[in-house]
Design a protein around this ligand. Structure first.
Ligand SMILES: *Cc1c(COP(=O)(O)O)cnc(C)c1O
Length: 472
């Protein structure tokens, strides 16, 4: 076999540098053109699933094809096969148009492909991530020893909070699981919270019934009296409360639970206090608006997704905690095959849920480095101002605002006598002019419009208002 390694020619997978340069250049140019086409086209392209599936079926992976054919094909499918969250009239779920620095960071990370499991083998990336996380923690108002890490998203960050809370409530949880507790562990959220908590409770092995959904006060914020009472009853009945979760920016209405009151209840009850600020946490960037998050700094842990309002590319959450030793207790172990570590408390594979880990934090680091907090502050303030504009235009046309959120999301009841909300939303989406959604807020269907795109203009907002009006 010796000398015959070219039998196993790998040029398709590992082409030489000239070929790479050619295709890198092609991608740079073609992706930029594609983006231009996307923002001047329909927010929701016309997609024919039947045609697409037939074409896809021709990829049997038996005969290799040329990259010349594949890359343009994939770009076309992206242009025609998704709801365009990078369109400035996508007023949707918190999916941003990613910042340009974040896209650059992704490209760099893909080439070097550092393994962030270990700070010993990837010291520079691990230091960059930890520096960025600590900067966010300080901006929130946490003490100097606060830390945390990047996650795949808010769900992983919230899951991390639950594991920390369970481990802190009873260190034997690590070895014995829920059997360590004298009764079933439970935790508290409002009914407007993100429903990923159900999956998280299921995954953690405490079961979906462990999620105690509390009522709201009529404006979409957690009712703290009910919180106090429910904790007391649960204890009387033998349950073991472990955590209170306040949501800072609910998914439907962008409401912020009473953060200080929740902190007080948690402190009195001796419970882990987590603030889920996956979307709304971005408000820390604005000196003018951040006061809405007062009380968040009292949390034991916080979830903040960089891939929402901080607009990095998809799959970039943060788990931030006041005391990092909770993470070592929850995720620590020793593995003989890993490089010996000088400072194990900083090795992500023993302080987080993931093992192999992508350099996600670079996206936020580069974005923050070039924009500063002031640049991000302007970004969130602009979204809030555009939502206020949409509100003014529609209220003048007989629409009613259902939520009173300090964030950039508007929940609306259409003028009386118009079609139901879901029909209006379907018509707007079918028009291709904008993307909005329907959601439940305080028990009824409302229309939901949320600005996360950095390039949405006042003109776009007027087009959205007209599209909504035309759909009544
Ligand atoms: C988006 C969101 C989540 C879920 O986060 P993912 O990043 O989608 O996993 C959880 N909570 C809140 C408040 C959110 O906005």
């Amino acid at each position: 076999m010796q000398g015959n390694y070219d039998l196993y020619s790998q040029t398709a997978l590992f082409p030489d540098s000239e070929v790479r340069l050619l295709w890198d250049d092609f991608l740079t140019r073609e992706l930029s053109h594609a983006h231009e086409r996307v923002i001047s086209g329909r927010v929701v392209p016309r997609f024919d699933r039947g045609v697409f599936q037939k074409e896809l079926a021709t990829f049997d992976f038996e005969r290799p094809r040329e990259i010349d054919a594949i890359l343009p094909w994939v770009i076309t499918q992206m242009e025609t096969g998704i709801v365009h969250v990078t369109h400035p009239r996508y007023l949707g779920l918190f999916n941003p148009a990613p910042t340009f620095p974040s896209q650059c960071a992704d490209r760099i990370a893909a080439v070097f492909n550092p393994q962030l499991a270990s700070a010993t083998t990837s010291p520079a990336p691990c230091e960059i991530e930890s520096h960025t996380i600590r900067a966010v923690a300080r901006r929130i108002g946490l003490a100097a020893q606060a830390g945390g890490h990047f996650t795949s998203g808010g769900s992983e960050a919230n899951y991390t909070a639950l594991i920390c809370a369970l481990t802190q409530a009873n260190p034997k949880f690590a070895a014995e699981g829920t059997r360590a507790f004298p009764g079933a562990p439970v935790f508290y959220v409002s009914r407007e919270c993100h429903l990923a908590w159900l999956k998280i409770a299921h995954q953690a092995g405490i079961g979906r019934d462990a999620v105690r959904f509390l009522g709201t006060d009529g404006s979409g914020r957690m009712d703290c009296d009910e919180l106090t009472d429910t904790i007391r009853y649960d204890r009387l009945l033998g349950y073991v409360p472990v955590m209170i979760v306040a949501t800072a920016g609910t998914t439907g209405g962008g409401m912020i639970d009473p953060l200080k009151d929740c902190a007080t209840v948690a402190r009195r009850a001796g419970l882990w206090y987590h603030v889920d600020a996956a979307w709304g946490g971005a408000l820390i960037a604005s000196d003018r608006l951040r006061h809405s998050l007062d009380g968040m700094e009292q949390a034991a842990s916080i979830t903040l997704d960089a891939h929402k309002w901080l607009a990095t590319s998809m799959g970039c959450g943060m788990f931030i905690c006041a005391d990092q030793s909770a993470l070592s207790s929850a995720f620590g172990l020793t593995a003989s095959f890993m490089p010996p570590s000088a400072r194990p408390e900083f090795d992500p594979y023993v302080t987080t849920m993931q093992w192999s880990r992508r350099f996600l934090g670079l996206r936020l680091f580069v974005s923050l480095a070039v924009a500063g907090w002031s640049g991000y502050g302007a970004h969130v303030e602009k979204s809030v101002a555009l939502v206020a504009l949409l509100e003014n235009v529609l209220v003048a046309r007989g629409w009613h605002v259902a939520n009173e959120s300090p964030l950039a999301v508007l929940c609306l009841d259409p003028p009386s006598g118009s079609a139901d909300v879901r029909a209006i939303v379907d018509r707007v989406v079918a028009s291709g002019r904008a993307w909005v959604s329907a959601t439940m807020f305080e028990g009824r269907d409302v229309l939901r419009a949320c600005v996360t795109h950095g390039d949405t203009t006042a003109q776009d907002i007027l087009v959205v208002a007209d599209a909504l009006q035309a759909a009544l």
